[in-house]
Design a protein around this ligand. Structure first.
Ligand code: DQA
Length: 143
């Protein structure tokens, strides 16, 4: 089964970000991890990253039209993009919110997620393992 794994702004530059928060993988390595872990669970993961809100919204529209499950790390858009929330709300298949770091253990502006309320669930704080856990959760939701 195909699933979309969408990643928001600055996640394409993980090698330049704080490895204590985000782990030691660059985005290419993270993408490979997601693809191989997804394959073990029977998923064909289409892993994408964009710094553009418009592009992420268009990918969510695509998921809504094709009834595709979505794992999404909206990155900083998590905290304020009502447009991404509204687009995510149109996805009828399960949608899981994922974060590398634990936003609730960080600055106060990260304590709000405008996405969580429409997500099937949220997994955060386990570095790259957050994605692995979200793939397992997705497999269970789709059983
Ligand atoms: C993040 C957490 C966000 O607060 C931050 O803006 C990111 C990454 C995470 O995966 O931990 O860019 O979504």
């Amino acid at each position: 089964m195909k699933i979309l794994v969408l990643n928001g702004p600055n996640l394409g530059r993980l090698d330049l970000r704080d490895s204590k928060l985000y782990g030691n993988l660059n985005f290419t390595q993270l993408k490979d991890l997601i693809s191989s872990e997804g394959e073990k669970l029977g998923f064909q993961c289409d892993v994408r990253q964009s710094d553009s809100e418009v592009e992420i919204i268009s990918w969510l529209h695509e998921a809504a039209d094709a009834k595709l499950p979505v794992i999404i790390n909206p990155a900083a858009f998590t905290h304020y993009s009502y447009a991404i929330r509204d687009a995510a709300d149109m996805v009828t298949a399960p949608l899981i919110e994922v974060h590398l770091s634990n936003p609730l253990a960080r600055e106060e502006f990260r304590h709000t997620s405008v996405i969580s309320g429409i997500a099937s669930g949220t997994i955060a704080g386990f570095g790259p393992d957050s994605y692995r856990l979200s793939l397992i959760a997705m497999a269970n939701l789709l059983k």
